[in-house]
Design a protein around this ligand. Structure first.
Ligand code: AMP
Ligand code: ZN
Length: 113
């Protein structure tokens, strides 16, 4: 098990867990690009969006719902925020374990890259 996010899920790598339930775990990005930069990750090891089965699509809705809820809790819901899911090498994905970035707390640059 050399996946860093699986190790966070298993509690083998410490992280300040912001939220978790049976499907999802949320923790701060170790290299934040904005005042609020959280990662909403699946607990199950799914390598990327490209590996999601149709049956797993509700997981993405759940992850977006959690991101929206956290944005409200962090008081950035009205100001605006960005959800990003990098997919694969050319998509800039560094950690091959499904996750969505929640970025906010400042005016983000136009391009997500
Ligand atoms: P990406 O796969 O490109 O969507 O981005 C992976 C993100 O995971 C990067 O923004 C990293 O800073 C972040 N990251 C890598 N290792 C850790 C870790 N141990 N804890 C928190 N965030 C991490
Ligand atoms: Zn994993």
């Amino acid at each position: 098990m050399d996946c860093i996010f699986c190790q966070i899920v298993a509690g083998k790598v410490p992280s300040k867990i912001v939220y978790q339930d049976a499907e999802v775990i949320v923790f701060p990005d170790i290299n934040p690009k904005a005042p609020i930069h959280l990662l909403i990750a699946s607990k199950k090891h799914i390598p990327s969006l490209a590996h999601l089965s149709e049956a797993e699509l509700p997981l993405i809705a759940h992850m977006v719902n959690i991101a929206n809820r956290l944005a409200k809790e962090k008081s950035i819901s009205e100001r605006g925020y960005r959800l990003v899911a990098n997919c694969g090498e050319e998509g800039g994905q560094l950690v091959p374990h499904l996750h969505i970035h929640l970025l906010g707390g400042k005016k983000l640059k136009d391009a997500p890259n």
